[in-house]
Design a protein around this ligand. Sequence first.
Ligand SMILES: Cc1cc2nc3c(=O)[nH]c(=O)nc-3n(C[C@H](O)[C@H](O)[C@H](O)COP(=O)(O)O)c2cc1C
Length: 215
Amino acid sequence: MKTLLYVDAHPLTAAESKTLQVADAFVAAWQTANPTGHIETLKLSEANIPTLDKDVFGTWLKQKKIGLGAPLAMSADENALLSQFNTLIDQFVNADVVVFANPMWNHFLPAILKQYLDDVLQAGVAFKYTAHGPVGLLSDKQIIHIQSAGGVYDHTSMRADFGDAYLQAMVEFIGLSIDDEYHTIFIEGADSNPAQRDAIITAAKTEAQNLAVTL
Ligand SMILES: Cc1cc2nc3c(=O)[nH]c(=O)nc-3n(C[C@H](O)[C@H](O)[C@H](O)COP(=O)(O)O)c2cc1C
């Protein structure tokens, strides 16, 4: 049984978001094509995604010291924090298909999605350091980036859509293939060309549905 993780990085609902309308169409088509598939939805704005603050680093430091044999007991709060990270990391690592759905904000991803990636793409889990540089540890995972932007972007230019360029870099960094394991659906230009809004959404939904049935 395959698992799809739908990482929803939009604070609103599909009724208000082009991104989520297209992402929902992708997920529904995937479920039809994979009737036994399991879907997990992670709405980041409602999921209490931890920020990497002083408490988190303090807990990680303590965990390392305990690992080295220091007699430090974890507090209930520290254990809860570690378990929260483990849950998020396991969910990402175990998913066969991961859908990232976000609006473009100031040429990048919403900060909460960057925060989520900082939480789950950790050394020892997603990649490891070696004498010859970092090596990705993940494999057999399909990543889909669904993103809506007001304008229309040249995705071959690093100076336009930093969010997608960054996701691509991270996907390669953790061991996946951009050619075979990374797919994009862009919903672009509805703000600059409102007369085309419905046509832009419909075309992106069709593209998403056609992709979903192949994964
Ligand atoms: C804070 C903010 C920043 C934005 N920055 C950009 C941008 O850099 N480039 C762009 O084309 N559109 C930008 N937009 C417009 C949105 O990306 C665009 O309206 C998108 O279609 C929203 O998707 P949605 O319908 O899912 O909310 C921005 C919107 C907001 C609210």
